[in-house]
Design a protein around this ligand. Structure first.
Ligand SMILES: Cc1ncc(COP(=O)(O)O)c(C=O)c1O
Length: 446
């Protein structure tokens, strides 16, 4: 079977994975994995799975063999960790009183969460719609952009991920989701992302924002683009556009009558040290899409938040999802906002993120295999010079009880819960640094 693309995913079907499984899985786990592989359709980056879980609490997972795994991956939904007591209490109370709310009715948790998110969003007069997942919320954003502008074209980024449905993969830019599955949505134009380390416009590490000039050019040539859609900070490989990127992008979108939609599904709610990642850039987008951690690490919940003036679809169903105002999910969302406030997690994300970057830069200094160490809050990327090295480091760390993602084949992405214990955080950083050092100095990376 062909090796899957090394893009968004980390755990592949290669030999290292087989070796890891042979060394670590017990019979009962193997049997469960076999059953999983029997009943689920197989797909890239999920079934067949690597291992099986029996528990998740705080920053930790427990596998079916009883091993504890510190989770710096978490599918980017564990900003406040798993099973936070505040989330559990909110879920329990809501389950006892209002386990569901049919669409004809509204309910207190849904209204309260909508108000709090809209008031916190960096947009005037915001309103929102909830959806049962990020992909669905992206779909609503695309529909709203068409309605609001009377145009259908979009500009989005190569390598981006916005979800796995047909509309989301049309604007996404990863082959593993798009290849052989078209035709995709017409008018979905793609441009290179702002990726200063690998600039296709030749900026060579010091970003001159030529990628924004190119978007300007495309918007001008197309003439009728509804929206530009960007992951504010791309979490998969920790791409951090420079401060001027969004100021310029905002200006050119305005000039060409295109809306600016920011996908913050994995990175809102404190991951980068702000409730919304765009706050670090100080601009107002037209829409922001959030999700993942909004459901408290348990419930599927996402939201499309739109600025004043975009309440233009009363005659049409933008979402109409069964779980559009699910009281349980919304109660979890309110608990998440409470926890972030009560535990000071925005400030903690910034402070620990800085300390972690410093620790890694010191620990990995002088290693030629380390191309870059970058981060925003507790979203940290270590870019290596070789996918094979990245994979070797991953499996060594998994053996030691640390899980994280590998993005774009060679970026180790560390995304701990924002309330991770400091001792656990620094143990994990040392574990990664030690594995990188060991494997970088051993060729091939055995
Ligand atoms: C940037 C981004 N957008 C959209 C999505 C899709 O969200 P969901 O899986 O909740 O549909 C994801 C999920 O990983 C994501 O990372």
């Amino acid at each position: 079977m062909a090796e899957p693309d090394r893009s968004e995913g980390d755990v592949n079907l290669g030999q290292r994975r087989q070796a890891w499984q042979a060394a670590h899985l017990d019979d009962a786990t193997r049997a469960l994995l076999d059953e999983d592989a029997r009943w689920f359709l197989h797909q890239s980056m999920s079934t067949p799975c690597l291992n099986a879980l029996q528990g998740a609490e705080g920053a930790w997972l427990t596998d079916t063999a009883g091993r504890r795994i510190l989770d710096f991956h978490g599918n980017s939904l564990h900003q406040i960790g798993y099973g936070h007591p505040t989330v559990r209490a909110a879920l329990q109370e809501t389950l006892d009183t209002l386990p569901f709310s049919p669409r004809r009715y509204t309910n207190r948790p849904a209204v309260d969460l909508a108000r709090r998110l809209c008031q916190a969003a960096p947009m005037q007069g915001a309103r929102l719609l909830f959806a049962p997942g990020g992909t669905a919320a992206i779909g609503m954003a695309l529909k709203l952009a068409r309605l609001a502008t009377g145009r259908f074209k979009t500009i989005s980024m190569w390598d981006a991920f916005h979800g796995a449905s047909l509309d989301a993969i049309s604007i996404g830019g990863e082959a593993v989701f798009r290849r052989g599955i078209g035709p995709l949505l017409p008018g979905s134009e793609h441009v290179p992302p702002c990726d200063p380390g690998h600039c296709v416009f030749g900026c060579g590490g010091s970003c001159a924002l030529r990628c924004v000039d190119y978007i300007d050019h495309c918007l001008h040539k197309e003439g009728d683009v509804a929206a530009v859609i960007v992951e504010t900070v791309r979490s998969t490989d920790v791409q951090l556009p420079p401060p001027d990127y969004y100021r310029r992008l905002r200006q050119i979108c305005d000039r060409h009558g295109a809306l600016l939609i920011l996908d913050e599904i994995p990175i809102a709610l404190g991951r980068t040290g702000h409730l919304f990642a765009v706050e670090r850039y100080g601009i107002e987008p037209d829409m922001i899409v959030v999700g993942k951690g909004l459901g408290g690490g348990s419930m599927p919940l996402a939201a499309l938040i739109a600025r004043e003036g975009l309440n233009v679809g009363p005659h049409i169903s933008l979402g109409h999802y069964t779980h559009e105002k699910n009281p349980l999910a919304c109660a979890a969302g309110l608990a998440v906002l409470d926890v972030i406030e009560q535990e000071g997690l925005l400030e903690r994300s910034r402070r620990l993120g800085e300390a972690a970057l410093h620790h890694l830069r010191t620990g990995l200094a002088g290693l030629a295999a380390v191309q870059d160490i970058r981060g925003a809050g507790l979203l940290i990327g270590i870019e290596l010079d070789d996918p094979d090295l990245a994979e070797a480091v991953l499996y060594t760390c998994l053996s030691q009880g640390l899980s994280f993602k590998v993005g774009q084949g060679q970026v180790l992405v560390l995304a701990p819960p924002l309330n991770v214990q400091e001792a656990d955080l620094f143990w994990a950083l040392d574990c990664v640094a030690h594995a990188v050092r060991t494997h970088a100095l051993t060729a091939p990376h055995g």
